[in-house]
Ligand binder design. Structure first.
Ligand SMILES: [Zn+2]
Ligand SMILES: [Zn+2]
Length: 241
């Protein structure tokens, strides 16, 4: 576990270690943002132990690689699971798999491997205890609805230091190969609606954040506002300067 900001820790999972789960120090324990993959519950719970354990799980969105550990952690700790109002149906069923279009993925092997990997990563349907909406407060952060990649995806924004926990709003890694790279909009084949996902990046850029901590791989901390704006307008992968 590594501390990435005031009261915020990062636990990485997966091979390579690109699955990010954030633990936020909160009153009476930790709030976990996103829930990684199915083999992460033990690591997450022992990481949180030093800070009072996990008391609440907030899903950035419900895709299998973001809800994977939620069920087991909730079962073991009694933590309540929260997500955005528009994400409840998918969190309680297939994790959004019904709108994935694997045939649109740019790499042929990915079209076959991804459905299998998603199955392995998934922890199965959840029971959502509480619903979040735009503007709600979570552990000193503000809920920002950033739909498109998923109907009820949220980011958490903290005005005092300008950081955003951004789930899958933007990638700094190729999701099919795990190779780090330029910032990019999530792949169309995994999005409910890519145009809406781009508009959500403009919404994030309007907050002028300093650093974005995504659901996978490295943070985005250079020219963050301008990068979000360019991706929001043009889509795709940010070109080299
Ligand atoms: Zn996702
Ligand atoms: Zn993801």
């Amino acid at each position: 576990m590594e501390q990435v900001a005031d009261r915020v820790w990062l636990v990485r999972g997966g091979i390579p270690r690109t699955m990010n789960v954030y633990l936020i120090e909160d009153e009476g324990g930790m709030t976990m943002f996103d829930a990684g993959i199915s083999d992460m519950p033990k690591r997450l719970m022992s990481a949180a132990d030093k800070h009072g354990g996990i008391k609440r799980i907030v899903l950035g969105h419900s895709h299998p690689d973001h809800r994977g550990a939620a069920g087991k952690v909730a079962e073991s700790t009694g933590a309540k699971i929260h997500c955005h109002r528009s994400e409840v149906d998918d969190a309680e069923s297939d994790g959004g798999m019904h709108y994935f279009r694997f045939s649109r993925l740019p790499l042929r092997p990915g079209r076959f491997a991804m459905p299998l990997l998603l199955k392995i990563w998934d922890g199965g349907p959840l029971k959502i205890d509480e619903v979040l909406d735009e503007g709600d407060e979570v552990a000193g952060f503000q809920v920002v609805h950033v739909p498109g990649h998923a109907p009820g995806m949220i980011a958490l924004y903290r005005e005092s230091d300008g950081i955003v926990l951004s789930s899958d709003a933007v990638y700094t890694v190729d999701p099919l190969t795990g190779i780090p790279g330029r910032p990019r909009v999530p792949l169309d084949g995994f999005n409910l609606d890519t145009e809406v996902a781009k508009a959500s990046l403009l919404k994030l850029s309007a907050l002028s954040p300093k650093t974005l901590f995504p659901g996978h791989a490295k943070p985005l901390s250079e020219d963050t506002t301008a990068v979000l704006e360019e991706l929001g307008h043009k889509g795709g992968i940010l070109p080299h300067k």
